[in-house]
Design a protein around this ligand. Sequence first.
Ligand code: HEC
Ligand code: HEC
Ligand code: HEC
Length: 452
Amino acid sequence: MNLTQNRTRIIEVLIGILATQLIVFGLAIYMFNEPTRIVEAQGEILNVQLDDAMTLYAQNCSVCHGLAGEGIGATPALDSDALRTMDYNDLEKVIARGRFNTAMPAWSKEDGGPLSDYQISELVALIQSGDWIETQDRVVNLGLAPLIPFTTDPNPALLAEIGNLPDGATLQAAVQLFAANCVACHGADGLGTGIAPAVNDPLVREKTADELNRTVTLGSPGTLMAGWANVLTTEDINALVTLIQRWDEVPAGILPAPNVPIPVTEESLALGGQLFSQNCSRCHGPEGQGTQRAPALNVKSFLTDTSDLAIQQIVTQGVPGTAMPAWGDRMTESDIQAIVGFVRQWEPTAPEVATPTRGGGGGPPWLRNNTTTTQGTGQQSTTGQGQGQGQGQGQGQAAQTTTQPNWWEIIDWRILLLAIGALSIAFTLIFMGVESLKARARPAPTEDKSQE
Ligand code: HEC
Ligand code: HEC
Ligand code: HEC
């Protein structure tokens, strides 16, 4: 009797030990997972912030600071070690308030800019820990690559020519001011870009001098158009307003577009290929080899003689009086740039002489593009001018794998603890098993005895 009670007692104690072990074991597992979980959660938040920031950079900063933060002309680079290690609050302040007396505008809403404090903190994160290569891809995919250098040299002959107009000296000064300060956003000859409207435009010419003066002096709050009162004198601003109002007297080409290639990414090439096969191949042939309806584009002479900007212009405006439509009416600028990038990649393998197909169908042997293998990125086209959110799928995952530490790097003593825990639980279980077997085995002989 005593003996079985003892056995039960032992088993009870063992159950208690087992419960304690299980709790400790559970805690150990939790501790084991916690660091990875925290790292993952932090990594995810940072990835979302960096993703947002790349789009913000493309929409607001790339025009002055370059495709990949490398700086343009006198505008400083943002991809520098000095900024990466700069005090967080100082950096935030520069972006929020701008730099007085320079072209760097204030960006925070409090200071009349377009960005919230949170967006500014995201940009700080980008500058301090972002990936500029990815950022460059984002800028290109959104069609916001600064095509035009920050400044342009006016055409000297035409500049001299406008000196003969009434008040010609003012126009000359204004053209030079415009070349140095405004061309980056308002484009060659003031005809506009993806980020800013044309100011060489009949509707703008209709505005009063006062109205234009106010915009240039104070800016247009909540947009990229900063006020220029800190940078330009009243006289400068008056000259610019005169130019804007009299631009119809100024010959075209005085502020020429430089011949810069349109940058491409894998995504933009894929999109370009898709758009080409949907919209262009029925006339220009599936491989750009030409058909009876339209000339070849995939031919050396055309590609070497025509700059990216010229192709973009032809595609945007069409060829009046021919079957070539003006695609600017139905496609965004970034879509057209993607097509131009796609057409350009034929250049290295383009034949000297075009061999147009008759009906479409099977192409000539010099086919080499990958129109059919480049599906599935069409959504990007809708982000268009970059007003949209910027999707950037895929960017997140790529960065995530790099922030996760390898499991063996944080394992050491914790895995040891877990192993010991598991072993001790196993021993307790075995011991319990043995004890309960013994407890069951004992009563049998005593019963036997009593029967005898
Ligand atoms: C209109 C042109 C322009 C735009 C747009 C612009 N910047 Fe600047 N930025 C400048 C100039 C010019 C300077 C140099 C000011 C100076 O001389 O101190 C500058 C300086 C800076 C600096 C300080 C760099 C340093 O080395 O001290 C930071 C940071 C910066 N900009 C961030 C941004 C961010 C972020 C954006 C987008 C939200 C942006 N900028 C948009 C023109 C611009
Ligand atoms: C960083 C880009 C940027 C720069 C640099 C810039 N602008 Fe602008 N500008 C814009 C944007 C964007 C708008 C449209 C603002 C809006 O939507 O209200 C604009 C609007 C204007 C307008 C009003 C046009 C209208 O339709 O009423 C004028 C005038 C103008 N800018 C002149 C200038 C002049 C002159 C300079 C050079 C001193 C200049 N801008 C530099 C981006 C820029
Ligand atoms: C309905 C038929 C048609 C479609 C669709 C079409 N084009 Fe054209 N395209 C033409 C014709 C016709 C010409 C020649 C115009 C001329 O005589 O100068 C041309 C000329 C061009 C040129 C100038 C070629 C040169 O040698 O100067 C380019 C570039 C071009 N097209 C690109 C495109 C692109 C890109 C697309 C699709 C977005 C497209 N075209 C869609 C009919 C078409």
